[in-house]
Write a protein that binds this ligand. Structure first.
Ligand code: CMC
Length: 440
């Protein structure tokens, strides 16, 4: 057995001899080593497992663990680069549409005209929700239910309407559920909002574009001919695009993990939506507005910055696990804010946000920790100016992220991934005998 490790153990598509770089791992207890090639910036952990069975990497929060190989999104955090299937996010935000980007994420290539027409038609004609969802399900929520809580539940409930979704290995049925989720999530989101304010639901209008239809379901009041302002519909589309995917973030990891048990995609997407809900992830955009409102004026910024530096609080909308440079999505959102404000009127909080950014970027505390604005720093200001209440912000993130979640779910199934089942390092009590109640 020991001799097995005296030669090079190689797993994965590229052998050591083909790879120019490698690492060598030595077990100092036995002196045995294994050389592992560095492939695409990673090393195959199965070589470690084979050399030292039963000894686990301890990596809570997955700070140094790549949980998947993926061909969907490239994120170079050191240089502030984000690309979907190789296309820079800046170009997609400027030239593409959300539905085209969704197709790209799912299929790997931009669609030709016929493919885009079919895709757009399929999405547009699946926007309606079963009446039971509207009448019985949504009306059952408490009057002040949070729209994210409603959305998580509603997405999970869809699985009960489409039992064939369990056939996750059938590509035809997979396409159908992907289609339904991207089509229906804006309807569910708008229904959650309308339910939360006690307004009647607005049915989807299949003659409208994806973002315009969503805005109509959200904001139509008494005018059946409501048409969203094209500038706002375009801004909505861009915001959906920049949220489209972000590789192995918390919610996408949740999607892959739930999907790895071969659960249906509605259940997996509900898990991903739940992961997005928290303030460290999709909930940060809401927290930014609370923070800006609390700061209230220029005069209060220095004291606020000092309290952040003292560790009393976080500067919300700043910092990122992967970006150690300016988040390219934040730049796109910042540049769009003026266009939106021309239509909606300026959000007065923007001046505080700009000043806060200016001061933070000059300050040694933030510079030394590579803390820059992330996507959430400016999105909330646009959403608020467009009329979205704060508790809808994360819901908007979920609509944009749905194609990304589904792309990863599909990719993981096509890769024949194993069930996600990490190990633990046990630190609890050693074996002991049960103590009867009278002796405790
Ligand atoms: N304000 C002040 N200090 C910060 C901040 C911040 N926003 N973010 C990180 N730091 C400090 C942190 O205290 C630590 O300092 P020290 O080395 O002295 O202990 C250092 O920077 C490293 O931070 P970390 O906590 O190790 O970083 P992380 O990768 O674990 O956390 C984060 C990333 C996004 C959770 C964190 O930066 C944060 O809480 N930011 C505010 C919330 C936010 O804006 N979230 C949205 C993320 S982008 C949208 C998304 O992808 O969901």
């Amino acid at each position: 057995m020991a001799d097995m490790y005296s030669t090079i153990v190689v797993k994965g598509p590229q052998t050591v001899s083909e790879s120019t770089e490698s690492v060598t791992i030595t077990d100092n207890r036995t002196g045995q080593s294994v050389e592992v090639p560095i492939v695409d910036g990673g090393v195959d952990a199965s070589a470690w497992r084979d050399l030292m069975p039963g000894l686990w990497f301890l990596d809570p929060g997955f700070g140094v663990t790549a949980s998947a190989s993926s061909a969907i999104t490239e994120l170079d955090g050191a240089n502030g680069v984000l690309r979907y299937r190789g296309y820079p996010i800046e170009q997609l935000a400027e030239k593409s549409t959300f539905l085209e980007v969704a197709y790209l994420l799912l299929n790997g290539e931009l669609p030709n005209q016929q493919e885009l027409d079919t895709w757009t038609h399929d999405i547009t004609y699946h926007t309606f929700i079963h009446e039971n969802m509207r009448k019985r399900f949504y009306e059952g929520f408490h009057y002040d239910a949070h729209p994210m809580g409603m959305l998580v539940s509603a997405i999970a409930a869809l699985s009960t309407f489409y039992p064939e979704a369990k056939e996750v290995n059938d590509p035809h049925l997979r396409y159908k559920q992907i289609n339904r989720l991207i089509s229906k999530v804006p309807t569910l989101a708008a229904m959650a909002y309308r339910a939360s304010i006690g307004m009647p639901f607005v049915y989807p209008d299949n003659s409208m574009t994806y973002p315009a239809n969503f805005l109509s379901m959200m904001f139509q009041v008494a005018d059946p001919n409501f048409q969203a302002d094209p500038v706002l519909a375009k801004a909505m589309d861009v915001l959906f695009i920049i949220h489209g995917d972000h590789e192995q973030n918390c919610s996408t990891t949740a999607m892959r993990v739930v999907g790895s048990s071969l659960a249906d995609p509605y259940s997996a997407a509900a898990g991903a939506t739940a992961a997005l809900y928290g303030p460290r992830h999709g909930g940060a955009n809401e927290a930014v507005i609370h923070m800006l409102e609390e700061i209230g004026s220029y005069d209060n910024i220095p004291a606020f910055i000092e309290s952040v530096k003292a560790g009393d609080r976080k500067l919300m909308g700043f910092g990122h696990r992967v970006y150690k440079a300016y988040d390219p999505r934040a730049r796109i959102v910042k540049n769009h804010a003026d266009e939106v404000f021309k239509v909606t009127g300026k959000n007065p909080l923007i001046d505080i946000a700009l000043k806060l950014e200016e001061i933070a970027l000059e300050d040694e505390y933030f510079k030394s920790r590579n803390l820059y604005p992330n996507v959430d720093f400016y999105t909330g200001l646009i959403y608020q100016a467009m009329g979205f209440p704060l508790d809808m912000f994360t819901v908007l993130f979920a609509i944009g992220r749905m194609p990304g979640w589904l792309s990863h779910w599909q990719e993981s199934l096509e890769q024949g991934s194993k069930i996600s089942r990490p190990r633990q390092v046990y630190v609890g009590p050693a074996a002991r005998d049960y103590v009867s109640m009278s002796e405790r």
